[in-house]
Design a protein around this ligand. Structure first.
Ligand SMILES: Nc1ncnc2c1ncn2[C@@H]1O[C@H](COP(=O)(O)OP(=O)(O)OP(=O)(O)O)[C@@H](O)[C@H]1O
Ligand SMILES: [Mg+2]
Length: 251
């Protein structure tokens, strides 16, 4: 008998608020290695805040956020720095440095993590660019790239650090259908081939269907649906309303 996989991300009764503004009022879920989970929900529901809680960029008011076994409420500065080495995030704008070449952008994260071996850095940069289908653009600058190419460079940069957990915040917003499909395929490929725990925030239902079988719907501060996309879209009225655009944001 094989042991059940341990979750890399655990939220137990997590409450978040900014002043009087309550964002989350009891989040409960776990994420596992190799699994892609799509987080859906109306604008302002608190999806990006969930990613920030995982990254240790913001803190829960109560409840437990446990990342790779670390309780984020009691983690030390040093432990957080060490933990972040295992976390990758693809931001909406890819967040590349425009005055650095593609090579320097990807190498930056490796150097930050103390990697000084030039030959190794060159090998990893080339390998990750090949993985996202962009070999040979090392010496271009981000302004010379299309939106889709920038996203793929952002992905190569995140992957260069061999993350255990990857977080994607609207990774395909503003991309044409072909570029969207490429990003979606890469998200799935990396999760399956490298066993990366992947959480994807998206407003694009087609992408949500393509990247994952597990959907979580966040509304009014709670995960109001969590399960297989097909089952939820067919059987959960909240999810079918959300998918069909007849959502009224009412529970
Ligand atoms: N630092 C902050 N201080 C105060 N309020 C904040 C802060 N960050 C986020 N919020 C509020 O928390 C709520 C959730 O924000 P969040 O960015 O997570 O929404 P979202 O679900 O990602 O929305 P979108 O789909 O538009 O990106 C919003 O009402 C936002 O205004
Ligand atoms: Mg957001």
């Amino acid at each position: 008998m094989t042991a059940a996989p341990r979750p890399t991300v655990e939220f137990i009764d997590v409450h978040t608020a900014f002043g009087d503004h309550v964002v989350h009022r009891g989040l409960n879920f776990s994420l596992f290695p190799g699994e892609v989970t799509t987080l859906l929900g109306p604008s302002g529901a608190g999806k990006t805040i969930i990613l920030k809680l995982i990254m240790g960029l913001t803190w829960a008011r109560s409840g437990t956020v446990r990342i790779m076994g670390h309780d984020m409420a009691s983690i030390s500065e040093q432990e957080l720095r060490d933990l972040r080495v295992h976390l990758g995030m693809l931001f909406q704008g890819a967040a590349l440095f425009d005055s650095f070449t593609v090579f320097e952008n990807i190498a930056y994260g490796l150097r930050e993590r103390g990697e000084n071996d030039k030959a190794k850095i060159t090998r990893v940069v080339k390998e990750k660019l090949a993985m996202v289908g962009l070999s040979g653009i090392e010496y271009k600058f981000p302004p010379q790239l299309s939106g889709g190419q920038k996203k793929r460079v952002g992905l190569a940069r995140a992957l260069a650090s061999s993350p255990t957990i990857m977080l994607y915040d609207e990774p395909t917003t503003g991309l044409d259908p072909t570029s969207t499909r490429k990003i979606d395929d890469l998200i799935v490929k990396f999760a399956k081939e490298e066993g990366i725990t992947s959480l994807v925030v998206t407003h694009d239902i087609q992408s949500a269907r393509r990247v994952s079988d597990r959907w979580m719907l966040l509304s009014k501060g709670i995960i109001c649906a969590d399960g297989s996309s097909r089952t939820l879209a067919e059987q959960n009225p909240l999810v079918s309303d959300f998918v069909s655009g007849t959502w009224k944001d009412e529970l």
